[in-house]
Design a binder for this molecule. Structure first.
Ligand code: ZN
Length: 254
């Protein structure tokens, strides 16, 4: 009697275990959302209205290197003789940034933007605020800019914090991944920056960030071919594809 009861209860437990296993399959990641769980800061450089707020953008802020720096700058622009009219860098950075944001969010990432509009009525935020955005919760920071170099200079380059800073090694790895991704997308390394990566402690955005961080200078606004690429919808999509792919690859391999 006792033995049968034990056998019965053992059988009942086995059946219960089987039913439980069938009812609760292992949690599987959604393959369409490979970036689920990651948080990315996207920093579209400058703000369209910075030129209208000189007192605010010239205010000195902590640059994270023992010095102070202007809160922000107006950024550069294309030459009107190259692109029909002068296109501000803030607008190019913004247009590319929102495309990158969309791509990363579609793949499951959480995106924090350092600015959420491109407007002549707005200024900032300051570079120190941009750098600190997402500290403690974001996996990386991608700052999107375009350069204003001499007309014959062309191509992209990536800026990272200098050696000796805590985020140098991880940012260098991120920069190398991004360089490879942009090259794979058909963009050329700048003909004025060796290897396409430069480290410096001049940038508050990089100095004050506690996560792997890069500034991508997508091209030279003062070079005609780069300017046409930077200001066209097709060119901006191509840049966004390369940038989003670089972020994804870094996140999934580091
Ligand atoms: Zn810039």
């Amino acid at each position: 009697m006792m033995r049968n009861a034990r056998q019965l209860s053992a059988a009942a437990l086995l059946i219960a275990a089987i039913l439980f296993a069938v009812a609760t399959p292992a949690v599987q990641a959604d393959p369409s959302k490979p970036l689920a769980g990651y948080t990315v800061v996207i920093d579209p450089g400058h703000q369209l209205g910075n030129k209208n707020f000189p007192a605010q953008i010239n205010r000195r802020v902590d640059a994270g290197n023992g010095h102070t720096k202007a809160c922000n700058t107006t950024g550069t622009a294309t030459n009107s003789w190259d692109t029909g009219k002068a296109v501000p860098e803030a607008t190019v950075n913004w247009n590319v940034a929102i495309k990158v944001k969309k791509q990363l969010e579609l793949q499951g990432a959480t995106v924090i933007m350092t600015r959420t509009a491109n407007s002549n009525a707005l200024w900032g935020p300051c570079i120190n605020v941009r750098g600190m955005t997402g500290n403690g919760k974001a996996d990386l920071l991608l700052s999107i800019h375009a350069d204003g170099a001499s007309a014959s200079s062309n191509g992209f380059h990536v800026l990272i914090v200098g050696q000796g800073k805590a985020q140098h090694a991880s940012s260098l790895a991120f920069a190398k991944t991004m360089r490879g991704s942009l090259q794979a997308s058909g963009f050329k390394i700048a003909n004025y920056v060796r290897w396409g990566i430069r480290s410096s402690n001049d940038y508050a955005t990089l100095n004050l960030s506690k996560k792997p961080s890069i500034i991508v200078e997508m091209g030279n606004m003062r070079n005609k071919a780069d300017a046409l690429r930077l200001t066209s919808a097709a060119g901006q999509t191509k840049y966004a594809n390369g940038l989003a792919a670089g972020v994804k690859k870094y996140l999934l391999t580091h």
